[in-house]
Design a binder for this molecule. Structure first.
Ligand code: ZN
Length: 139
């Protein structure tokens, strides 16, 4: 697979507005978009930092994986996943990872936030960091 850069870093937060306030008022960054991703039961907020983004994730339901992550983390948020931008197809990257014995969460690419095609690799196979592969089909 060919990775060009870190597309984003996903950070789980218990309170999206409070988190955005921190990134904007303390770090001087700008949230350019908020989006509800129904199938992941999250509201996301995106903050551009150079070529990469911070993806803030707030649960919209107690059975969201983000709600469970925060519960496990003692009610606090924290770094949730790292996402790499793939240049030669998320489907190809998944096939290659599987061939190399990596446990996949997604067997095929699916639609994610911000118009990306995404798929997750299981943290059991990725040195304990939930890893997202993504590609912008508009590019
Ligand atoms: Zn992500």
């Amino acid at each position: 697979m060919k990775i060009s850069h870190i597309e984003h870093i996903g950070i789980a937060v218990p309170d999206l507005e409070k988190a955005i306030e921190y990134y904007e008022s303390v770090l001087g960054l700008k949230c350019y978009k908020k989006e509800v991703v129904e199938d992941q039961k999250v509201t996301t907020a995106f903050i551009q930092v150079g070529d990469t983004k911070i993806e803030l994730l707030e649960a919209t339901s107690p059975d969201s994986t983000i709600a469970k992550f925060i519960e496990k983390n003692g009610g606090r948020g924290g770094m949730h996943h790292i996402a790499f931008a793939i240049e030669d197809g998320v489907g190809n990257a998944l096939a290659e990872a599987e061939e190399k014995g990596v446990k996949l969460i997604d067997k095929a690419p699916r639609g994610g936030a911000d118009g990306l095609q995404i798929a997750f690799l299981h943290p059991k196979s990725t040195e304990a960091v939930l890893t997202e592969l993504c590609e912008d089909p508009r590019k």
